[in-house]
Design a protein around this ligand. Structure first.
Ligand code: ARG
Length: 273
């Protein structure tokens, strides 16, 4: 069952009007599913009026992480900025297990968006809509410094840990010959497993393993960077194309007015390409 609280309906046209696109009138949508500019007359649905409710696996620094009770990170700041442009407040749910976020968004009623370093993939696109790209990424392979492993070929037939439902998990299954790929719920659990010798290596997103190795697990190292060319975007229900559109408009705005660059520099110390 889908519960949709349409308590507040922001007019998607309000934002696009500034860009000289469709205005906000009508509200009927005879047109079909995919998110196109023609659908900007549809109403945005929000599970909690006035708020953009965000589901995230808060274990993915520097994109989203917990500092005490608070969600912090590049994507957290970006979501706050996008929400502000949309005239709503960004609100994070308690950390949500990564592989349950897309099902949660598809089911509806709990969160409006999933924001968790989600790589755009064709498979995921069948279930949900993605906004425009917000970040580029790649994969990285982590081992213990004293392990003796120096390249990924040596990991054939070994135990590789990855977060359940991630592209890193899939990459390891498809590319490390004969490996036993072990899924974990949380990134921190994957690192703990490597430290305790339960696994031989980790496959996960490069910026995140770089962060963890530098700031927490200094007894580990990255032996390989894999240029998968992944791109992160925000996950939105296919039933809410007006929200995707409004987020896309807000992404254009934060990129144009320097907000995106500011946030990027804050978290990565360099300017975005
Ligand atoms: N980019 C990868 C994917 O989309 C991993 C994302 C994991 N995110 C997280 N917050 N733990 O599958």
């Amino acid at each position: 069952m889908k519960i949709k609280n349409v308590g507040i309906a922001i007019c998607a046209g309000m934002m696009v009007a500034a860009l000289g696109l469709a205005g906000c009138s009508g509200g009927s949508s005879s047109a079909a599913s995919s998110s196109s500019a023609a659908e900007t007359t549809e109403e945005i649905m929000l599970v909690n009026p006035g708020k953009l409710t965000i589901a995230a696996s808060l274990d993915f620094p520097p994109f989203e992480n917990l500092e005490g009770e608070e969600a912090v990170g590049f994507e957290v700041d970006l979501m706050k900025a996008l929400a502000e442009k949309m005239g709503v407040e960004a609100e994070y749910l308690p950390s949500t297990k990564f592989d349950t976020i897309i099902p949660m968004i598809t089911a509806g009623g709990k969160a409006d968006v999933g924001v968790s370093g989600f790589t755009v993939t064709e498979d995921r696109k069948k279930e949900i809509d993605f906004t425009e790209v917000i970040m580029d990424s790649n994969q990285g392979i982590v081992v213990m410094k004293d392990s003796g492993y120096t390249n990924v070929d040596q990991l054939a037939g070994k135990k590789i840990g990855a977060q359940s439902g991630t592209t890193g998990y899939d990459w390891a299954v498809e590319n490390i010959e004969g490996a036993e790929v072990i899924p974990f719920d949380e990134m921190t659990a994957v690192f703990a497993a490597l430290q305790s010798g339960q696994i031989d290596a980790i496959a996960s997103d490069l910026p995140v393993v770089q962060y963890y190795v530098k700031n927490a697990y200094t007894d580990m190292e990255i032996i390989e960077e894999i240029p998968t060319g992944e791109q992160y975007a925000i996950v939105v229900s296919k039933d809410n194309p007006a929200l995707t559109q409004a987020l896309n408009d807000a992404i254009v705005e934060v990129k144009a007015d320097g907000t995106y660059d500011e946030i990027y520099e804050k978290w990565f110390g360099v300017t975005a390409e």
